[in-house]
Design a protein. Structure first.
Length: 346
């Protein structure tokens, strides 16, 4: 790639995402909110099995898995995980087996949540499904998936685990270094100025990868992360740690300081994967003004966070703000009963 990114070019990458993804204006939503000029980067259109940010992130994991001659991929995550769906699709495409562990992370879910959306797609891709009872127990979930991998090894398989918890090589975040370069190139080509990018901050791979990539490539573009899993006090050190892991992996200086990390957790309550009125409003607004589909767990909350920043007068009237659409739409169907109730009530 370019100077500033150290050993980046040495990492194997499997081409799975259809990139570059388009960037477009959202004039109707901008008018409706009577705030800054809003734009969207369509990473929901990365192609692989209904798209999303995870198609970019798994490119580096699958690059390493192929280099290790792995024939089975293991991954753990929430029941409605887009990461799992994207990985399961990639294994089908690459002729590998897939074992997935679905964690109980969202309280009081119904049968639609357990069977529709991403779970249905995981089954279509032929994944072998396990469940894990505690979605907050990252160490336990990791231990369990490692035990499954050990069992597969005994059967003569060559497993590769895509890790979710912190403390592993940040290969997923590398996908968003690629996206940072893509965004800078698109802005250069179009002559469009952007004052802030608003992005989901969950496992941190997207937020940290984008932030690190921009700074490594010499851009001071501001990134605002919207918390979708943990509150901002818990999330800030995680984002910083992921950036430090990137500089270690690539052998570069540490570009990111705590001042670079801007977080908003207003739309998070009552917690991960749980709807609230702000998120429902955001999903409805994007659909009714721009024909843009958001999801209940991630992008709906990120849009709600962006709207909160517009209404909180964070931006000048002539500012340009880019919403990073990270996909996740299959989960709309997993939340159908709750969404229908909310829509029918308005
Ligand atoms: C659709 C979607 N958007 C955003 C995120 C959050 O991205 P990250 O985990 O890289 O923080 C996820 C994570 O699962 C996701 O599935």
């Amino acid at each position: 790639m370019t100077n500033g990114l150290g050993k980046f070019d040495k990492f194997p990458r499997a081409e799975l995402a259809m990139v570059p993804t388009p960037m477009e204006a959202m004039p109707n939503l901008s008018n409706f909110l009577d705030g800054p000029n809003l734009f969207v980067k369509r990473d929901d259109l990365t192609g692989l099995a209904m798209g999303g940010n995870k198609a970019r992130q798994i490119e580096f994991y699958f690059g390493e898995a192929i280099a290790q001659k792995a024939d089975v991929i293991l991954i753990t995550g929430a029941i409605q995980s887009n990461f799992i769906r994207s990985a399961a699709a990639a294994t089908a495409k690459l002729g590998m087996d897939c074992h997935v562990q679905l964690e109980e992370r969202v309280p009081n879910v119904d049968q639609t949540y357990r069977a529709s959306g991403n779970v249905l797609l995981d089954k279509l891709f032929g994944a072998t499904i396990y469940s894990y009872p505690d979605g907050e127990d990252e160490a336990g979930a990791d231990r369990n998936i490692n035990e499954i991998a050990d069992g597969l090894k005994k059967q003569g398989k060559t497993p590769y685990i895509i890790p979710l918890s912190p403390g592993h090589a940040p290969l997923g975040a590398m996908g968003y270094i690629v996206a940072a370069q893509e965004i800078l190139e698109q802005l250069k080509q179009s002559g469009q100025q952007i004052d802030e990018i608003v992005v989901a901050s969950g496992s941190t791979s997207t937020h940290a990868g984008l932030l690190y990539g921009l700074r490594a490539l010499g851009s001071q573009l501001r990134i605002a992360g919207i918390c979708v899993r943990r509150n901002k006090e818990q999330q800030a050190p995680r984002v910083l740690a992921r950036c430090t892991e990137l500089s270690k992996l690539l052998g570069t200086t540490e570009y990111i300081t705590a001042d670079d990390i801007i977080l908003n957790d207003v739309p998070l309550a009552p917690g991960y994967g749980q709807l609230n009125p702000l998120t429902i409003e955001a999903i409805k607004l994007a659909a009714s003004t721009e024909g843009l589909l958001l999801d209940p767990v991630y992008t709906g909350k990120v849009m709600a966070g962006m709207i909160d920043r517009v209404r909180g007068s964070v931006y000048a009237k002539n500012a340009n703000v880019l919403f990073l659409h990270t996909g996740g739409q299959p989960a709309l169907f997993a939340y159908e009963p709750e969404l229908t109730t909310a829509l029918d009530a308005t």
